[in-house]
Unconditional design. Structure first.
Length: 229
């Protein structure tokens, strides 16, 4: 167990961590896969969690051998997203943790592999939650983010946009995916991982702490204000 160090700033991934959108991504992808008699498996999915849009699309096309170009695939998947993303629910403990950190004036931000248009759809019913964040960095549509996760770019850009520009070691990252954990570690940050229960244990390596749910997080472990008893 690594020694946990105090932090001053917190950066959250969004998909599969704050919002239950990973399940919706799977549903949408399977709708398209089914049109060609293919099955979108967990093994394929786990490799592309956190990737930028175009890269993930290419990976799905190659893995499932779909007779589509990236643009054709993206046009189909966006149609699916438009209908299902507005139904995204917050995951257990997400709202409580965000409200708690905000109340105690801990600077918080979102760093996601996603794109602006899908972010708007997913947060349709979560505007109040999103308003608590200092800023949001979306790797797929942010020109300053050159490389998607597992590269550290999105977290370094996100840290740099806090007004007081904290050092990487002052930032704590929350992630659900191996690519995201690798990105946080590469950025020089501590990472709390809340993996999908199907995730093999070796895929959680690198995280400073692994939890079953955000509800299990104890802020004081990282020098943050504890929950009021």
């Amino acid at each position: 167990m690594s020694t946990l160090k105090p932090v001053t700033h917190v950066i959250f991934d969004m998909d599969g961590l704050l919002l239950d959108t990973e399940r919706l991504y799977t549903e949408a992808t399977q709708v398209i896969a089914s049109q060609y008699g293919k099955v979108y498996t967990w093994e394929i999915k786990v490799q592309l969690m956190g990737m930028k849009g175009h890269m993930a699309a290419q990976h799905i096309i190659d893995s499932l051998q779909l007779p589509l170009t990236v643009d054709e695939y993206l046009a189909k998947i966006i149609e699916q997203y438009n209908s299902i993303f507005p139904n995204a629910k917050a995951l257990p403990g997400a709202d409580k943790l965000v409200q708690h950190l905000h109340k105690h004036k801990i600077p918080i931000a979102i760093a996601s592999g996603g794109a602006q248009d899908s972010f708007e759809l997913k947060t349709t019913n979560h505007k109040e939650l999103v308003s608590k964040f200092s800023h949001v960095v979306l790797a797929s549509t942010d020109s300053e983010v050159k490389n998607g996760k597992p590269a550290p770019d999105v977290f370094l850009v996100c840290a740099d946009r806090f007004p007081d520009k904290p050092k990487p070691e002052q930032c704590l990252v929350f992630e659900d995916a191996p690519n995201g954990v690798a990105a946080g570690v590469a950025a020089g940050m501590q990472v709390v991982m809340v993996p999908d229960p199907r995730m093999k244990e070796e895929m959680t390596k690198g995280a400073s702490l692994v939890l079953k749910s955000l509800e299990d997080f104890k802020p004081e472990l990282f020098g943050l204000p504890p929950y009021d008893a």
